[in-house]
Design a protein around this ligand. Structure first.
Ligand SMILES: Cc1cc2nc3c(=O)[nH]c(=O)nc-3n(C[C@H](O)[C@H](O)[C@H](O)COP(=O)(O)OP(=O)(O)OC[C@H]3O[C@@H](n4cnc5c(N)ncnc54)[C@H](O)[C@@H]3O)c2cc1C
Length: 478
């Protein structure tokens, strides 16, 4: 194609469409996409139905839950430290108290993220978007006015919302899901959490840390079964030891919401009563209001869209990233998917890929993080691996911080010494894991457990757990 023709085509497109790209949704998926496109000089707009940017991640999901957890964790630390407790009674905080800190963090996040859009000249349109055709969106503004805008390329980054079964009355003031729990107006003395996935387990830790009686109902046989068994067992033990009542392998039959309590009836015949219910069982992609059919697109039964390895849907100019495409449904991955989608939108055939070993960070109390394969997976695949362990209680830094609960486990190939999986349990696990991840991702033989015994660590640090675990594992070899 001649240079002149390319220029003409570009000019035509510029005339034809209001924007080069429109992104629907301002969560991490939308932000990652729009920033990357804007930096490549594209004319970008982001449509967000909520008045502030940040997405479910900032307003209802990751950020508030982590801020709540941080306050609870500090409260527990204070109350269990004899230095502070010698002269004072235990401190007590309510859910409303810790919500104030979460709200302050949300405000700071919104300010920060709004600045990113402003500085990169991404137009922020507030309104509800839906498709008119493959290049045209209808936007219903908060004042009810309607606008049509067009773009050469469109990205769906609309996230997900908690799944709500029809037979449960979520308008009842004692029935919440993980979005509405942030508007919990009273301070419950007891709560039933239905669904013991990551969100359910994290909220079980938060409420229990506040002294609330927690019944955690798990529809599966074990907690977070995708984790290494030892880690999942440790979480079960610690939740149990802290007084959380966990019931495995249960299914809900019905919910009886009364003026003064909620009663959950289980199919097994059990029933339990509490001040409120937190429903944390499943999420659905936000696609129902997009009029996908107008763009010749269709979501699956869970509201999710299928994409290829370029994050492109079945329609060439429409891409999708984040929770709306399903696994892994993490803010961390959504942001990177957005950046990768933007590269694909610009280059048309991008070779950049999301890393295969996405780390898992679970902010229960104690915290959990892992990267790579579990012992079950390696055993199943008949990989000859060895295990190196370090217990936090034997580390000087953990003793100083009075953070004795926890351990680090490194799984490595007994012949090549390649690190195959790292599993961490305890305070700051989600930070600690990244040291191991950095070594695991080294190419050309750089992924080797011996790195940890050959290097010098700051002392005292939690990072030292890697040296201790590596020595422990290498000493098992014969
Ligand atoms: C309680 C909880 C805790 C979590 N903790 C973590 C964690 O610790 N770590 C982690 O990595 N992940 C965590 N997650 C998951 C994480 O929040 C999501 O994976 C992430 O937010 C997905 O990003 P996204 O950009 O796809 O969508 P979202 O962040 O959900 O953003 C989508 C945006 O699109 C907007 N939107 C939807 N439809 C329209 C429309 N038609 N028109 C205009 N705007 C629209 C929505 O208003 C929303 O703002 C947690 C989730 C929950 C619920």
């Amino acid at each position: 194609m001649s240079k002149k023709k390319v220029e003409n085509d570009a000019q035509q497109k510029a005339v034809q469409y209001d924007f080069d790209a429109i992104i629907i949704g301002s969560g991490p998926g939308g932000e990652g996409t729009s920033m990357e496109l804007a930096k490549k000089q594209k004319r970008v707009a982001i449509i967000e139905r909520y008045k502030d940017v940040g997405g479910g991640c900032t307003h209802w999901g990751t950020i508030p839950s982590k801020a709540l957890r941080q306050s609870v964790s500090r409260l527990i630390e204070y109350n269990s430290n004899p230095l502070f407790r010698r002269h004072e009674k235990a401190k007590h905080l309510t859910f409303s108290d810790i919500l104030k800190h979460a709200e302050a963090v949300i405000r700071k996040q919104v300010q920060l993220r709004s600045g990113f859009y402003d500085r990169n000249r991404v137009e922020h349109i507030v309104g509800e978007a839906s498709f008119i055709d493959e290049h045209t969106l209808k936007v219903v503004k908060p004042d009810g006015s309607v606008e049509q805008i067009t773009a050469e390329q469109i990205v769906i980054a609309t996230g997900s919302h908690p799944y709500r079964p029809d037979d449960i009355d979520f308008s009842h003031p004692r029935v919440y899901d993980s979005d509405t729990i942030l508007s919990l107006a009273h301070d419950p003395r007891s709560i039933i959490i239905y669904g013991a996935g990551v969100i359910g387990s994290e909220y079980a830790s938060i409420f229990r840390g506040l002294g609330v009686k927690v019944d955690l109902i798990n529809t599966r046989d074990r907690l977070l079964s995708f984790l290494d068994d030892e880690i999942s067992d440790s979480l079960s033990y610690h939740l149990w030891n802290n007084g959380v009542v966990i019931r495995h392998g249960e299914q809900i039959e019905r919910v009886e919401a009364n003026d003064d309590s909620v009663i959950v009836h289980l199919e097994s015949g059990k029933k339990m009563k509490a001040d409120c219910l937190l429903w944390a069982n499943g999420r659905t992609g936000n696609t129902a209001d997009l009029n996908l059919a107008n763009a010749n697109l269709e979501a699956d039964g869970r509201g999710q869209l299928k994409v290829n390895d370029q994050y492109q849907t079945s329609i060439e100019n429409i891409y999708a990233v984040g929770d709306v495409i399903g696994y892994p449904s993490l803010a961390s991955a959504a942001y990177d998917q957005g950046r990768l989608a933007a590269s694909a939108m610009i280059d048309h055939r991008s070779t950049a890929k999301l890393i295969s070993d996405i780390p898992t960070g679970i902010y229960t109390i104690p915290e959990i993080s892992s990267v790579g394969r579990t012992e079950q997976e390696l055993t199943e695949a008949k990989v000859p691996y060895e295990v190196g362990r370090a217990q936090f209680k034997h580390l000087a830094r953990a003793q100083i911080a009075n953070s004795l609960v926890g351990s680090l486990k490194i799984l490595f190939h007994r012949d090549t010494k390649e690190i195959l999986g790292i599993h961490c349990f305890g305070e700051n696990a989600a930070e600690i894991i990244h040291i191991g991840q950095a070594i695991m991702q080294q190419k050309n033989g750089g992924n080797n457990i011996e790195y940890f015994v050959e290097t010098t660590f700051n002392y005292p640090t939690m990072a030292e757990a890697f040296r201790v675990a590596a020595l422990n594992g290498l000493n098992r070899l014969f």
